[in-house]
Design a protein around this ligand. Structure first.
Ligand SMILES: [Zn+2]
Length: 683
């Protein structure tokens, strides 16, 4: 993208993000998921990094929150409630640690890792141990006073619990800190921060109740929590049964570790997450993240990642704040289930009944932990329902282990160059005419054999005599065709583990096995390759002859009809069939695709071989070999075997009871070898 295009894209992204932010933060409404919005923000951030001169003050990347609603009293936070930076991969986490090591080179870092709850961040103020004020985050500096509503949450203590000195010593506080703590507890201020959440069970119960009462349902736990806390009537908040977990004490008590903040919060009466964990290095944080990601459905609330904090509080001021957030904290997100990406093209596949089904070709993108570059669009109906055009920015979803799908188009991001999607006039597989079925939205290839022929050609390619790809049988091929992952056998070589994992019949192991089986056959013999193409009349024998005679694919491709006819065992019909196959532009495209997708043909070292270019005819029976073994031996040494003697024949090998071929050889003056002479020659 050049600067001019980037500028336009940035403007569009900013407007779109601002719209969704307003809905989300100010009105507690949502048109697209958090993950999809994050994805847009991420793109904006990247574009701005590319062209920093295009960053403006009104960019969503330059501020940290929405405006508080006018109806609540405003509260200025004693310390700003900062945003967190996000990491999306292991590498991002290592990069983060390396950035900190640049500032503190000789420092070893240990961390406190916490589940990142998806709720509403709150700041609670206690004076002399009494809850006096609770505020939302707002724009990070100024929030909203929601004290009355927070008082309805049982998990928030109205009066702090007074811990014993012994309890404080157990969590590692020394006498001086304990003194400081009791002063703040009895006469000063203690500020606690944490997350107000709605558990999934409560959400379910409430929605069942609202459904019975014919009321609007709550969209998701985060919105439900936010909406509940911002009720002007505390009775409604109370009915929502919110929960609260503390995760930091921001009053400076002289604590030395972040972990102590959690322990102390617990001692003064807050719920903390027992799952949170001290990690002695970044690897342990990554392990914790991976484990919790796999088990995120087992916690009773929604969470979208792990927050890792440098545990040693003395390092925080040294690491400082950078931009919108602290350098000593990182949110390591779980794989998003929705992302935005672009629709690059639509390819058409012919199904079992001849119906053309569209496949979206996408700008490759990570979603749900895998990379996706295509996705089925099912039919024209689906395209119309989505209002999809080529070039559109779309929302792609891969939730759990299901096939990725395009769920929404973002039409406001269009630039006017998007193209309508039309069914092809000719079948992309067989070139036959495509017709629209009267009264249906479906398009069909008029060639009744189209699917069967294509299916057969793919099975043939993978079969034993050809590429011999283990586990790629007709059932699997059909399944892959159905969702548009393969259209021709060239597509086999594009398959990835990520493509297979969401499919039925594929577990991790079987998916790995198939990919390995395909990879194992990425370099093939020319004869098998030619046989695999499924050229009419060309069997394994002929394929071997062609390979031996021409030596490489280009020679066969460029062979004239006469050249092919001259070949022993290739009659005029077969020669024509081969010639026609290689004259078809579709087939030439297929050959290019195979090459581009990483399929290699082994070089035949003809010149170095003993019997290179020698033509043999076998007659009579040999003692040491069967006829087929002898043929294989000759071909293995670069020679060719013909069934009839001509003046082109170099040798006739005569075994017991040799027949008319021997006579013909003598007539033509072709050299005749006895079995022992032949054995000597091939030794
Ligand atoms: Zn067709």
């Amino acid at each position: 993208m050049d600067k001019e295009q980037a500028k336009k894209r940035i403007e569009k992204l900013k407007a779109e993000i601002a719209h969704h932010r307003y809905l989300y933060h100010v009105l507690d409404k949502q048109e697209i998921s958090d993950a999809a919005l994050d994805s847009l923000k991420n793109e904006l951030f990247k574009q701005e990094m590319e062209y920093p001169e295009l960053i403006t003050q009104d960019s969503p990347t330059q501020r940290i929150g929405g405006k508080p609603l006018a109806k609540f009293k405003k509260v200025t936070h004693s310390q700003p409630m900062l945003s967190l930076y996000d990491a999306f991969s292991k590498q991002d986490m290592y990069d983060w640690e390396n950035r900190m090591k640049k500032i503190l080179p000789s420092q070893e870092f240990s961390y406190y890792a916490e589940l990142k709850m998806d709720g509403l961040a709150m700041s609670l103020r206690y004076e002399a141990g009494i809850f006096v004020q609770g505020a939302t985050r707002g724009d990070g500096k100024v929030g909203e006073d929601v004290t009355q509503n927070l008082k309805t949450i049982d998990a928030i203590p109205l009066v702090l619990r007074r811990p014993s000195e012994r309890e404080l010593k157990v969590i590692g506080l020394d006498d001086e800190i304990i003194k400081k703590f009791f002063y703040a507890f009895d006469r000063g201020v203690i500020e606690v921060r944490g997350e107000a959440i709605m558990t999934l069970n409560v959400l379910k119960e409430l929605n069942e109740k609202y459904a019975r009462e014919g009321k609007a349902l709550l969209a998701n736990p985060r919105n439900a929590a936010a909406g509940s806390i911002r009720q002007l009537d505390p009775k409604i908040t109370a009915e929502r049964k919110l929960d609260f977990y503390a995760y930091s004490l921001i009053t400076d008590l002289g604590l030395t570790e972040h972990e102590q903040e959690h322990e102390l919060a617990k001692l003064i009466g807050f719920k903390i997450l027992a799952i949170n964990k001290f990690c002695k290095n970044i690897e342990e944080v990554i392990e914790f993240h991976d484990f919790e990601e796999r088990n995120k459905d087992k916690v009773p609330f929604e969470c979208d990642g792990v927050v890792a904090m440098v545990n040693d509080l003395a390092l925080w001021p040294k690491l400082g704040i950078v931009g919108k957030g602290p350098r000593y904290v990182m949110a390591y997100k779980f794989a998003a289930e929705q992302v935005t990406t672009k629709l690059l093209d639509v390819l058409w596949q012919v199904g079992r009944t001849g119906t053309l089904t569209p496949t979206a070709v996408l700008e490759p993108v990570r979603v749900g932990g895998v990379t996706v570059s295509q996705s089925t669009l099912h039919n024209m109906d689906e395209i119309n329902r989505l209002g999809l055009k080529i070039g559109d920015t779309i929302i792609l979803e891969r939730a759990g282990d299901v096939i990725p799908k395009v769920v929404q188009v973002l039409p406001k991001l269009r630039i006017g160059k998007e193209k309508n999607i039309e069914a092809p006039k000719q079948c992309p597989i067989c070139n036959s005419e495509v017709v629209r079925v009267p009264g249906e939205v479906a398009f069909r290839c008029t060639n009744k054999e189209c699917y069967a022929v294509n299916m057969r050609s793919m099975s043939h390619w993978a079969s034993k005599g050809a590429m011999d790809i283990d586990g790629l049988g007709p059932k699997i091929i059909e399944q892959l065709m159905k969702i548009g992952l393969v259209r021709t056998f060239a597509d086999f070589y594009k398959l990835t583990l990520d493509d297979l994992l969401p499919l039925e019949r594929f577990a991790q192991k079987s998916a790995e096995n198939l990919i390995a089986a395909i990879d194992a056959k990425r370099e093939v013999e020319l004869s098998k390759f030619i046989y695999g193409l499924g050229i009419r009349h060309v069997g394994e024998e002929t394929a071997i002859d062609l390979a031996n005679h021409f030596g490489n694919l280009d020679n066969i491709k460029n062979a004239k009809l006469e050249d092919l006819e001259k070949l022993s065992d290739v009659g005029p019909i077969m020669a024509k069939s081969i010639y026609d196959w290689f004259s078809n532009p579709k087939h030439l495209d297929l050959l290019d695709e195979l090459k581009n997708n990483g399929l290699k043909i082994k070089k035949i070292e003809q010149k170095d071989k003993k019997l290179a270019n020698k033509i043999f005819v076998l007659t009579g029976s040999l003692e040491s070999f069967t006829r087929d073994e002898a043929k294989a031996k000759i071909r293995g040494l670069g020679g060719d075997v013909s069934s009839s003697v001509s003046k082109n024949t170099d040798y006739v090998v005569a075994g017991e009871e040799a027949g008319s071929k021997l006579d013909k050889a003598k007539t033509l003056g072709v050299r005749v070898l006895s079995e022992s002479e032949f054995l000597e020659m091939i030794k």
